[in-house]
Design a protein around this ligand. Structure first.
Ligand code: FE
Ligand code: FE
Ligand code: ZN
Length: 278
């Protein structure tokens, strides 16, 4: 069965997100751990977490994905900004143990004129400080569109971060279809070739999640502007191939398309309808 959901607001807590997922026939979801621009997270409400777990059991919700604030920059040249990234990620990972065994996705960061190599070093250094052998959460590096000085603009850069991390089994990758298309990987005409390259450079065993988004701009545009499924340059046919591809079909898919809840529901219904179950 297709594991699919969308990005939901975490403002009302975990149980409320499970209820919203139910409304749109989603069996997973993504959420921000706190205000996407950073700031303090709400205290964990144990009653809410308990209610979430029973709702998740009832609805078959699995593999929820937490997303770090997108303003966080683990490889900033400014030590204070890196310290904020450290504090936020460490706190997020502590909080995630209330919903154990899930994934935590973050944007690797922007090197801001320090060069990619220095950026990669700083990101790995931070991960080596944060990851703990006892944690149950897998931390995911997101593939990026390569806007500005973003690290993760290609598979090689992610591989170089992963190579420097000591606790390898705590790490994985989240593939964003809009981002990699913007980054120059032609998933429209050569999905097999792109996934083969992913396998050779990073390894498909490290791929833990897919952000399923169409792209407003074309191949190699480095713009990072998401479009609704089938309404962008990637298009419906490629999306159908993606959710059915043997290397991807068992992964959880998360929509980050410009939609309200109803629009997400329609996309989920469409993607379920084109899924070929064997
Ligand atoms: Fe993201
Ligand atoms: Fe994404
Ligand atoms: Zn994006």
């Amino acid at each position: 069965m297709l594991t699919i959901g969308c990005h939901l607001s975490s403002a009302k807590g975990y149980a409320a997100m499970a209820k919203e997922a139910e409304k749109i026939n989603a069996n997973t979801f993504q959420f921000f751990t706190r205000n996407p621009r950073g700031g303090k997270a709400k205290a964990i409400d144990l009653k809410d977490v308990e209610k979430f777990h029973s709702e998740a059991d009832r609805l078959g919700i699995q593999k929820i994905l937490a997303h770090a604030p997108y303003t966080l920059n683990a490889c900033s040249p400014d030590e204070k900004v890196r310290e904020f990234a450290y504090n936020t990620m460490a706190d997020d990972l502590r909080r995630m143990e209330y919903t154990p065994g899930n994934c935590y996705n973050f944007h690797p960061g922007s090197h801001v004129k320090q060069g990619a190599e220095k950026g990669i070093e700083l990101i790995a250094e931070l991960l080596n400080q944060i990851l703990k052998p006892e944690q149950s959460t897998t931390v995911l590096l997101e593939t990026m569109a390569g806007k500005g000085s973003e690290i993760g603009r290609n598979f090689q850069e992610l591989r170089e971060i992963l190579d420097r991390v000591e606790l390898q089994d705590k790490m994985g990758v989240c593939l964003d279809t809009c981002h990699i298309y913007d980054g120059g990987y032609d998933i429209v005409n050569d999905l097999d070739g792109v996934l083969k390259e992913f396998d050779q450079v990073i390894g498909l065993s490290r791929l833990k999640a897919v952000h399923l988004n169409d792209s407003m701009y074309g191949l190699n545009s480095h713009k990072d502007r998401h479009a609704k499924i089938g309404e962008g340059k990637i298009g419906k046919e490629a999306m159908i191939r993606i959710v059915n591809h043997p290397a991807l079909k068992d992964l959880p898919f998360y929509l980050e398309t410009p939609n309200d809840l109803e629009g997400y529901g329609a996309e989920i219904a469409f993607l379920r309808s084109v899924r070929q179950e064997s």
